[in-house]
Write a protein of this length. Structure first.
Length: 436
């Protein structure tokens, strides 16, 4: 079995899931190749836009981003071939199709909607003998997934999203509710006190972990400050700064002036996140779908800052309704929640809810990928492909597809006209049939 995995650097979650799937598939005997599709096949500007540009927009222009997201989500899914996000996937098609016909995978697996869109667009015109599978890594369908309906299978977070997917153009047989496939190491159970000892932490103190990433939350400094200034009980705080060196240095400088009730474990980049989670009683997190799933699989109670990009707001709304998390907007609310979560009985109730929801999704999805048939590539067809014409051919096919959707929509929305004459005839016929 040969598998090509397409990822996108837009935060770390998509790449982390791609790497986790690669490791799992290789354990099962597959040959796997992972590519960042924008880095490999698109321009440096598009690569920057998907990662750095997105983070800048979410940090500086969050209300505008959220307004655009929600407006776009409420519009008709029939816009899929005219979608504003089509430009970036289109820029990858020539290189991507060359790679497919060179590597000849049996399955292409994607961790971002750009991959789903690119494959959907290619399949409008060109042969794709391999199976195509994509994962949604959020607890909501973003308004851009509807442009990726041409893939063979869409792995969704939960059965709850089936109706939404169907309303956006997917067929039920395309949908597999395998969950979000995070690395299997987050599914492993650890002993909390042994893990604390291993990490050099105090074994018998309430432990709070802060992990806000290096994206639109530039650092965890603000949240740590809120705890220092507002939380008066004994607490051990683990701060995961990732690659944000400025945040790490700012928190390091605070060590000398910390109150006696605060113990600090300040961490830069680490590949032991699952161990720090295992050592914690509660975590403060932003709410990307992958990080939320990692936390759920760790059965770790979590609370969320209520200042999020729209898709993460939807994640929060969904998981709040499931009773798995709570959010805060200021220092007072944060401190109150942390004090509430000191109650072991409350934490145990939350842990039970997390345990009911969690699943070893990466194992289930990897087994599904490995069950797919071998792909058979047509040598003569491949020799005759004119790669210089790929974009023009696909764009033409997209225009035709868009026109076809418009025609169907007009037919569906057109009501037969009734003239005054036909109305009077109908009345006359109905009156004749009435006996008084």
């Amino acid at each position: 079995m040969k598998v090509l995995i397409l990822s996108v650097t837009a935060g770390n979650g998509h790449n982390a899931c791609a790497k986790g799937m690669k490791d799992k598939l290789e354990q099962m005997g597959a040959e796997v190749k992972v590519l960042d599709m924008l880095k490999e096949f698109s321009t440096a500007l598009n690569y920057w836009t998907a990662d750095k540009g997105y983070n800048i927009v979410c940090s500086r222009f969050l209300p505008a981003y959220n307004a655009f997201y929600n407006l776009y989500k409420s519009s008709s899914p029939e816009k899929r071939f005219k979608s504003i996000v089509q430009g970036i996937p289109l820029s990858t098609l020539k290189g991507l199709y060359k790679e497919i016909n060179s590597y000849r995978p049996d399955v292409i697996y994607c961790t971002h909607f750009y991959g789903a869109i690119a494959l959907t667009d290619l399949k409008l015109y060109y042969k794709m003998p391999c199976k195509t599978i994509v994962s949604n890594l959020d607890y909501v369908n973003s308004p851009f997934w509807e442009a990726g309906i041409g893939v063979d299978y869409f792995a969704i977070p939960h059965e709850d999203f089936i109706d939404e997917c169907i309303s956006e153009g997917y067929k039920k047989e395309q949908l597999i509710a395998t969950g979000i496939p995070v690395n299997e190491k987050f599914y492993k159970d650890y002993d909390k006190f042994k893990t604390r000892k291993l990490l050099g932490l105090d074994e018998n103190i309430y432990t709070v972990m802060i992990m806000l990433g290096g994206g639109h939350f530039a650092s965890a400094v603000k949240i740590f400050n809120w705890i220092v200034k507002g939380f008066k009980k004994d607490v051990q705080v683990i701060v995961i700064n990732g690659r944000n060196e400025k945040a790490y240095e700012k928190i390091e400088k605070m060590k000398e002036s910390l109150p006696n009730n605060i113990k600090l474990c300040n961490v830069g980049f680490t590949n032991k996140v699952e161990l720090y989670m295992a050592a914690s009683d509660v975590i403060i997190d932003k709410l990307g779908g992958t990080s939320a799933t990692e936390i759920i699989n760790r059965k770790l109670p979590f609370i969320v800052i209520d200042e999020l990009p729209a898709q993460e707001e939807h994640n929060l709304c969904y998981l709040e309704k499931k009773g798995m998390t709570k959010s805060f907007v200021n220092r007072k609310e944060l401190v109150a929640l942390l004090e509430d979560y000191m109650d072991k009985n409350l934490r145990d109730k939350i842990v039970d809810k997390l345990a009911e929801f969690r699943k070893n999704s990466i194992k289930e999805l990897a087994e599904f990928i490995m069950s797919q048939p071998k792909a058979e590539y047509d040598e003569e067809y491949i020799r005759n492909i004119e790669y210089s014409k790929i974009n023009s051919n696909v764009r033409k096919a997209m225009r035709n597809a868009h026109r076809e959707y418009n025609v169907k929509a007009k037919i569906k929305n057109t009501k037969p006209k009734t003239t005054k004459q036909s109305k009077s005839k109908n009345k006359e016929k109905s009156s004749k049939g009435v006996k008084l």
